[in-house]
Structure formats: structure tokens, C-alpha cells
Write a protein that binds this ligand. Structure first.
Ligand SMILES: [Zn+2]
Length: 189
């Protein structure tokens, strides 16, 4: 099982910026925490971040290169991590099409993450579908994109600025992946 994690944005593309927070930094931190938490799981977890190789990577690179690389690597699952903006609050997730394998995986992952977020009164904005998100369109394997709160909402931003909250969120994403993908501990347990 090979899992690609795509921390949204990077390089010259900061993503959403508000309240002293920058989306590309948050997604990078969350992606690395999730990978750490999956260290004892029998899966190959790869973070693909174009800006790690090219600090001048553009928004286009940040959308196009991770799916291309995941396809080249023959990944089994693709997770794109984002932080929302534009007037709202809470969590939402996207897959390309209804009833797909990605949709079934997403339902479990979404449920697990919401169990955690509702303790913080973050609303569930729903399990959504999009044919317009590049990473979902280009990936050949099941792919899910998550939007973990709104950087420009005071309550969401206060949580996103708290390393304890971020660590707990990463825990829940990792556990959600274990449940949704049926991952086993290394050694076959
Ligand atoms: Zn984003």
C-alpha cells in the first residue's frame, strides 16, 4: 500500500493567508505529522511537495506535479490537505465522483476527523463532490481532498494556531486512514 500525501500549496504559492497563519505552512506541518503517526503502519507514506525541490514552485506546479508524481509511483491512495478560506467555518471533504472507491474511503475518513472536530464545535460542512479540483481530476488512484477549517474565521484560526489542536487533527487523519484503508501494523498485527 503506497499512500501519497499532498500538502496543499508551497513555494511561491502560499495558499490562503489570514490571522498570521499561512496555508502552505499548516498543510506542510499536518502532512509531516500524519506521516510520523503512520510510521508503524505497513504502508509506504510519501509526501510530495514540489517546493521542497524547487523553492520557486508556482501554484500550477503545486497542483499539477503531486498527481503526476503519484501516478508515476503507482500510488494506491492520494490525500490532499488544505485549509479553507473565504467566509465560513468548519470541515469539508471532496472526492471526484459519487459511489466511487474514493467516496467510500472518504466517508470513513471524514467521519473519523469530524469525531475530533466536533469536540471543538467545528461544523461539518459536508461530504462533497468536485470535478474541478485538479488533484482529484488528474490522479488515477482514489483521491480525497480535505479542507481543515477556515484560516480567515476567528474560531477556526485560533485552533489552527494551536500546535496541540494540529497534533490531534493529524492523529485523527492518520487513524482515519488506518480505518478507511484497512491498514495493518508492521509485522502483520
Ligand atoms: Zn488550499
Amino acid at each position: 500500500m503506497r499512500i501519497v500525501i499532498d500538502p496543499g500549496h508551497g513555494g511561491k504559492d502560499p495558499g490562503a493567508v489570514a490571522n498570521g497563519l499561512t496555508e502552505k505552512r499548516l498543510t506542510w506541518d499536518i502532512a509531516n505529522l500524519v506521516k510520523q503517526k503512520l510510521a508503524n503502519v505497513d504502508a509506504d507514506v510519501i509526501i510530495i511537495q514540489p517546493s521542497a525541490k524547487n523553492p520557486n514552485s508556482t501554484a500550477k506546479d503545486e497542483v499539477n506535479l503531486p498527481p503526476q508524481e503519484a501516478n508515476r509511483l503507482g500510488a494506491d491512495f492520494f490525500l490532499s490537505i488544505h485549509i479553507n478560506a473565504g467566509g465560513g467555518t468548519g470541515f469539508e471533504s471532496f472526492v471526484y465522483s459519487k459511489g466511487s472507491k474514493a467516496d467510500r474511503i472518504r466517508n470513513k475518513l471524514h467521519h473519523q476527523i469530524m469525531q475530533y472536530l466536533k469536540k471543538y464545535n467545528l461544523p461539518d460542512r459536508g461530504k462533497k463532490y468536485s470535478q474541478w479540483l485538479g488533484v482529484l481530476r488528474m490522479t488515477k488512484m482514489p483521491a480525497v481532498l480535505i479542507e481543515c477549517g477556515f484560516i480567515d474565521h476567528p474560531n477556526d484560526a485560533r485552533l489552527l494556531a494551536d500546535p496541540k489542536f494540529i497534533n490531534g487533527l493529524a492523529n485523527e487523519i492518520a487513524y482515519g486512514l488506518i480505518v478507511a484503508l484497512g491498514l495493518k501494523t508492521k509485522g502483520g498485527k
